[in-house]
Design a protein around this ligand. Structure first.
Ligand code: GUN
Length: 291
């Protein structure tokens, strides 16, 4: 059996077109142009690439973006002061503090300062807290988890009652995606480094979301035949035959998994493009909230 590929790039592209249309309509009707501010502290090369991609995507859909770059020697006070300035700026509807922050800075305190109405990453403790509670709704949902569920729903419109296994429990992906699956009435198992018989647990999954950051860890024989596999991992592995000397692989061994799974997302071109599309959508929504 060969799995169906779930093409995140194409699905994100469609979504971006819809967002561009909505942005154009806003502007035509005289409303403020949506604005996203990114705060990048230090010079983490991967973070620099991600932030650059976010600005390019904003530009393509007509969202204004403001790049704040601060040296890695910035103090906690300086970073918080910058976030407060952005909170007060009416041209900025969304604020994204790129993570991880350099060591020495308190991430939790910085995220806590972001106005929840501008928290387009959905990482403010109030938004995450609401996500975790029944009958409460966050203003924004974190982008990679939201993008993963958006893709999943394309092939599994009714998630209710399915066995979902989440590999990884990070604040950015694993935990919020598990919370979203619970909200969809899936039966959710969260696996991590202390999980016993990981292949056996993963084999129970109708839906597998892999977000551990370990290249090709999930093997074909871990996967239940016909399962839907959403691979969030983006890992660099050395490859002398590649132009850059490395290639990107997911947390799932794609070549093996595609022979067993029913549906699988590729890396790159799966969840990655969805993350950015969700950020654009959240920024548009933040602008609407401010109208
Ligand atoms: N670092 C890795 N992923 C993300 C993300 O979605 N948002 C932010 N702010 N930082 C990240």
């Amino acid at each position: 059996m060969t799995a169906e590929f779930l093409d995140g790039k194409a699905i994100a592209e469609d979504l971006r077109k819809e967002i561009k249309q909505e942005v154009d309509e806003r502007i035509k009707s005289g409303k403020r142009v949506p604005g996203l501010a990114t705060v990048l502290v230090g010079e983490n090369p991967a973070s620099q690439v991600y932030v650059r991609m976010k600005h390019k995507a904003c530009q393509e859909v007509g969202i204004n973006s403001y790049a704040i770059e601060m040296p890695k020697t910035s103090t906690q006070e300086e970073v918080e002061k910058k976030v407060k300035e952005l909170n007060a700026d009416p041209n900025v509807h969304g604020i994204l503090v790129q993570l991880p922050l350099p060591s020495g800075l308190d991430e939790e305190k910085v995220l806590n300062v972001i106005s929840i109405e501008k928290d387009v990453d959905g990482f403010h403790p109030l938004n995450i807290g609401r996500l975790a509670q029944k009958g409460r709704d966050p203003l924004f949902v974190p982008c990679t988890p939201a993008g993963s569920i958006y893709l999943l729903k394309k092939v599994v419109p009714k998630i209710e009652g399915k066995n979902a296994v989440v590999l990884g429990r990070s604040n950015i992906v694993g935990m919020p995606v598990a919370l979203l699956l619970v909200r969809e009435n899936a039966t959710v198992t969260i696996c991590h480094s202390r999980t016993k018989d990981l292949p056996g647990v993963v084999r129970q999954a109708d839906i597998l979301i892999a977000a551990v950051g370990r290249p090709e860890m999930v093997k074909g024989d871990w996967i239940k035949p016909g399962a839907v596999v959403i691979d969030v991992g983006v890992n660099r592995v050395e490859d002398p035959s590649a132009k850059r000397g490395y290639r990107l692989v997911g947390d799932v061994d794609f070549e093996e998994a595609k022979e067993v799974a029913g549906v699988i997302t590729p890396v790159p071109g799966g969840v990655g493009p969805m993350t950015i599309a969700m950020l654009l959508q959240n920024t548009l929504r933040a602008a609407e909230l401010a109208d």
